[in-house]
Design a protein around this ligand. Sequence first.
Ligand code: ZN
Length: 199
Amino acid sequence: MALIDLFTRRPAAPAAPAEDPAPRAWPEIGETWKPEGLPVAERYYNQAHAVVLVASTGQDPYGTTYYLVACLGCHFLSTRTKYLDSHIRYSLGKAAETANAHAGTCRALPRELPARPEESAARHLLYSWVLAMPRRRDPHQYTDIDLSDFDSGRLELQRTNEWIQTELTALTIEQSDLLTARPDEHTGTVRFRILPQPH
Ligand SMILES: [Zn+2]
């Protein structure tokens, strides 16, 4: 008897009872993710199906809305676009262009979504950014800051503009030799100023 017959003659094994295959954990790519304080306006997909987000960082006092672009595959994050000789905040159209261009070339696999920090960790982050700000400019001068100066940290912070404003206001009371607040007579908003720090 040819060896092959052994196999062909063997009675068919009864079909295994149909079981639901164990649900495979599907990587969370950010398709439905709603990071706090960053309303997502558009989503693009990179070459490995990671999401590239276009999210709003807020409005200026005149009602213009601004955006950032963030890739949830690689660490690409952009809050400003070059315009003539300066860098300006993104309009929706420009942000979409940048996101689309990035998505077309990025091959990074989806990575873990950034976790929302606890309240104390979020405060600490904001505080550390305030302290770092004069070092990036002139430490001997006043440094006027705006909520938009924190744009590049928004994905990490995951808090609203109102939260940032409230925390900065609290900081002007706790650390009055570091930060002051004053109303802007033109826009009716509050402006924050970091005072020169002794060495
Ligand atoms: Zn990317």
